[in-house]
Write a protein of this length. Structure first.
Length: 739
């Protein structure tokens, strides 16, 4: 299994699996938390809007209560009461109007109204005992009815409503106190003994334009209901509250009154009082009001138009969801917000799901309905989880970069390994042109130096091996020739010996034998001359072998010096191993610092450490191999020296043999004339024959010495062949160690 595969299995895959698992687990938890947080925020936003609307109502009620207390103090003094109300309107510009109304003759001033009416009918000024009416108001001469006069003047039993439609205070008529809804409601509260003696009226359309709401508080006189103080507020302030809380295009707020009428909306700004069931929109999302008409400040269905319009063509989504919220608000009431659950409404037409929440407005019994698509919550949670996906992407990119770095490092190591493998088969590649800037580069350059030196050593050893093999072949061939000549001399010597023996047996065939002897001696002389030539060739060959041995010793010395250089390279490789080991240690430390995200680099550190150990072991093996080569070369040098000494000794002995052969040849030459005398004198012939026999014995001894030297030369040749074989084994072992 390669480093790259190990890196993928033990680093990349675990890192990706852990990162994805952690991201999925964290994302799931965070998604749940974010969804719950978004829902809680959704509920809080609903409560905030309800609180803000409640604050508007509470302020109106508080001002109305304060004014009612003042009205009780100023009871009966209508002029002072009017001035007080005008000052309050100036102090609180958020209110669009205010007024005081009394019960019938509550301040006992109704007679003045009757007098005023009488004066108007008579067409005279409204004087009574020399004074104007209770408001110091002089009515114009007119023929108006009593109702018209009450509506157009400050007379009667009511204080007129001072309103600010355009920033200036103007008079507006009040409804009859006895028939006003809030007056009746307040009277019932007083009669029931309730403490909250105030009323927030149903918002209605004023003058066909704006939606207004009235805050009324009772005026008590002697413990009985005597009237009420009213402050009027424009619904545009509540409308702005709803619009300001809207955070997205599909998020909507609706304000529903006690009578389940839409009185404000963040989507439709100029909305009128519309019943929830009549809330339709067209395909463009616009509010449909063409089937409605205004009736006493409210929009109601116009039956003459409804029968002509198909309402099913319009979208009733808001009507359905608001009706659903109103029905749930009557039964689903939770005091603790943490336990409040968001309602989910599904639109059957679009298939979209919506989150719905509601909250009660404390003063006024209104209902705030909050609507938001479910997808918005997922988008918020997804946007918050984007960081986790970015972290996973960063881990993936980091893993890819780590894999690329490891792949690059492995490719460099593979190149160095290929170089070493090529060395094992005798191919020496120069890697000095491969420029790396890390430990693998330094290792490649060190291997390049080692390759050059080892290549030179192998070349020298190979040349020496070829020279020794050639010399061994020449010696073997010479020995074979010498053996053949020696056998020939032995045969001739046997023939001469037999001839001499035959000559000693008798004199009859002496002459014939002498002739034969002469022929044999001539042959012996020729053979001796050939032997002498062969011995001279052997002597030259031995001299050449001596020179080769001397050159081999010098080459061995040169190889020994270069082997020492390889030892230095082994030291450099050991240093690279130490540096790799140090790099592994630093990587392990950094991995410990990185925590769980550095576990992958811990595996890399172990791999680098293992590589360092392998390099260190290879360095030790190279040192051992170099030492073996050095010992083998030293041993071969010593053996070559001893062989050279033996060859020198062999040469000197060979010289003696040649001298002896020369002496024998000379004696044989001198013996030839004696054979002629042998024919003349048998006794002399016998003596000369015996002398020739002795010479032949000496020749046999010389031949025996030559055979002995030949055996020694054969032994030296075998030892030389053995040295060559050992040198080949040494070279093969060096190749095997490199592999």
């Amino acid at each position: 299994m390669g480093i790259r595969l190990k890196f993928i299995i033990y680093v990349v895959l675990p890192l990706l699996v852990v990162s994805i698992a952690v991201s999925i687990y964290t994302s799931s938890k965070n998604f749940s938390l974010l969804s719950a947080s978004a829902k809680h925020r959704f509920v809080l936003d609903t409560e905030i809007v309800a609180d803000k609307v409640s604050a508007e109502n509470v302020r109106g009620i508080s001002v109305a209560k304060s004014a009612s207390v003042s009205a009780e103090i100023l009871f009966g003094n209508r002029v002072s009461s009017v001035k007080m109300m005008r000052k309050l309107l100036e102090a609180f510009p958020t209110f669009s109007g205010a007024g005081i109304s009394y019960s019938i003759n509550a301040d006992f001033n109704d007679f003045r109204a009757d007098l005023g009416l009488k004066n108007i009918r008579d067409g005279k000024d409204a004087y009574s005992d020399g004074a104007l009416d209770s408001y110091d108001f002089s009515a114009n001469k007119t023929d108006t009815s009593i109702d018209e006069w009450i509506a157009a003047s400050e007379g009667g039993r009511f204080v007129a409503l001072w309103s600010k439609p355009d920033g200036d205070l103007v008079l507006s008529p009040l409804y009859e106190n006895e028939v006003s809804l809030y007056s009746a409601a307040l009277r019932k509260r007083v009669e029931a003994g309730e403490k909250d003696l105030y009323v927030v009226t149903e918002p209605y359309i004023s003058n066909g334009k704006n939606m207004i709401v009235e805050y009324a508080s009772v005026i008590m006189s002697d413990g009985r209901f005597s009237g009420q103080v009213v402050f009027v507020s424009d619904m545009s302030r509540v409308q702005s509250v709803l619009s300001s809380m809207r955070t997205s295009g599909d998020e909507e707020y609706f304000l529903i009154s006690q009578q389940e009428r839409v009185i404000a909306s963040s989507k439709f700004e100029n909305i009128k009082s519309i019943a929830v069931g009549d809330f339709y929109t067209d395909n463009a999302g616009n509010l449909v009001q063409n089937f409605l008409r205004e009736d006493k400040g409210f929009l109601v269905r116009d039956d003459s138009i409804v029968g002509k319009i198909d309402l099913t063509q319009y979208n009733s989504f808001y009507a359905e969801i608001l009706r659903y919220a109103c029905s749930q608000s009557k039964t689903n009431v939770v005091a603790d917000l943490s336990e409040k659950k968001v309602l989910i409404y599904k639109d059957n037409k679009s298939g979209r799901r919506y989150f719905v929440d509601f909250s009660h407005v404390r003063a006024g019994k209104w209902l705030v309905v909050h609507i938001r698509p479910e997808i918005d919550f997922f988008s918020v949670a997804a946007s918050s989880m984007l960081g986790y996906f970015m972290l996973v992407g960063f881990v993936v990119v980091l893993s890819i970069l780590g894999y690329m770095m490891i792949s690059r490092f492995v490719r460099r190591i593979a190149r160095c390994r290929n170089v070493v493998d090529n060395m094992a088969v005798g191919v020496f590649e120069d890697v000095s042109n491969k420029t790396f800037d890390d430990e693998s580069g330094r290792l490649a350059r060190s291997l390049s130096k080692a390759i050059k030196k080892v290549s030179s050593v192998f070349e020298n050893v190979k040349n020496l091996q070829n020279d020794l093999s050639e010399t061994s072949k020449n010696i073997t061939q010479t020995l074979e020739n010498y053996a053949f000549q020696s056998n020939s001399i032995d045969l001739q010597s046997v023939k001469i010996s037999n001839a001499l023996k035959a000559a000693l047996e008798g004199n009859k065939g002496v002459r014939l034998n002498i002739d034969k002897l002469e022929n044999s001696i001539s042959g012996a002389l020729d053979l001796s001359e050939n032997v002498r030539k062969d011995i001279t060739y052997v002597e030259d060959l031995v001299a050449e072998f001596s020179r080769n041995a001397t050159s081999s010793m010098r080459r061995n010395a040169n190889v020994n010096d270069r082997v020492k250089g390889i030892t230095g390279i082994s030291s450099d490789i050991a240093k690279v191993s130490d540096e790799s080991n140090l790099l592994s240690l630093n990587a392990s430390i950094e991995a410990e610092k990185s925590g769980k995200y550095g576990s992958g680099f811990s595996v890399i550190a172990r791999e680098i450490s293992r590589l360092s150990e392998n390099i260190s072991m290879s360095s030790v093996d190279m040192k051992n191999i170099v030492r073996d080569i050095e010992n083998a070369i030293s041993y071969d040098s010593a053996e070559s020296g001893r062989l050279l000494e033996n060859l020198n000794d062999f040469t000197s002995k060979y010289s003696k043999i040649i001298n002896n052969i020369d002496m024998v040849v000379e004696q044989i030459k001198t013996a030839i004339p004696a054979t002629d005398l042998l024919a003349k004198n048998s006794s002399t012939n016998v003596m000369e024959t015996e002398k020739a026999f002795d010479l032949l014995n000496e020749l046999a001894d010389s031949v025996s010495s030559i055979n002995t030297l030949r055996a020694e030369l054969m032994s030296a040749s075998e030892r030389l062949s053995e040295k060559v074989r050992k040198m080949e084994i040494t070279v093969d072992s060096l190749k095997g160690a490199q592999q």
